[in-house]
Design a protein around this ligand. Structure first.
Ligand SMILES: C[S@@+](CC[C@H](N)C(=O)[O-])C[C@H]1O[C@@H](n2cnc3c(N)ncnc32)[C@H](O)[C@@H]1O
Length: 201
């Protein structure tokens, strides 16, 4: 990480960028919510870290093209922004040879969610084809989820070659933080996925 320029898209509290800063990276956190950035600033002060925080949508980032070695998103832009808008932005921000890494809900989990209140079941509850976004009726929020073929096509269309898709399995004895997935479910199927793609050198 030492000396790497990193942009975190939808950084929230920016704890992930803080980890990378401690490893010698030069992160920039981007988030659309001023309150989240205020928390990130308070945490920077508390932990004696300082790196830039930019208030903007990951769909339209006011930072120069080809200025980062790594773009990351941990349930930030990766689920809350339209992939057809944030992925092109991530590709634009990366230098040739740069890497995009993002964490999202497992696609099987999304397909097995009957609704936003009950945990994922063992049957497919949604259509795969045409999947793009889901609205939570409780708060009107929208999250974005794509079929695998669409992710690969979108990344490649923006010059990003998929290097890995890591399907996370909950370890024995793990607990889950959210009601919508049980530890037993997450032991049997991937509830989280990490995508890693590289911009052509
Ligand atoms: C669940 S938080 C996760 C962020 C971070 N990993 C954390 O744990 O704090 C999601 C973040 O995405 C941000 N976000 C939502 N839509 C966004 C957008 N279009 N552009 C940039 N950030 C966005 C939200 O403001 C929020 O801070």
């Amino acid at each position: 990480m030492a000396g790497k320029d990193v942009v975190e898209l939808g950084c929230g509290t920016a704890y992930f960028s803080a980890w990378l800063a401690r490893r010698g990276a030069r992160p920039v956190g981007v988030d659309v919510t001023p309150e989240q950035l205020a928390t990130a600033r308070a945490l920077q002060a508390e932990h004696g870290l300082a790196f830039p925080l930019v208030e903007a949508s990951a769909e339209d980032v006011p930072l120069p093209s080809e200025s980062f070695d790594l773009a990351v998103s941990e349930y930030g832009a990766s689920i809350w922004a339209d992939p057809y808008r944030w992925v092109p932005e991530a590709a634009r921000l990366l230098r040739a040879g740069g890497t995009l890494v993002f964490l999202v809900h497992g696609l099987l989990l999304v397909l097995c969610w009957p609704n936003f209140d009950d945990p994922a079941g063992e049957e497919l509850a949604r259509k795969y084809f045409g999947l793009r976004s889901l609205e939570d009726p409780a708060d009107g929020s929208t999250t974005f989820h794509l079929p695998y073929g669409e992710w690969i096509a979108l990344l490649r269309a923006n010059g990003l070659e998929v290097e890995r898709l890591v399907e996370l399995q909950a370890p024995e004895g793990a607990e889950t933080r959210w009601d919508f997935v049980t530890p037993e479910w997450a032991r049997r199927w991937p509830s989280e996925e990490i995508w890693k793609a590289r911009k052509a050198a």
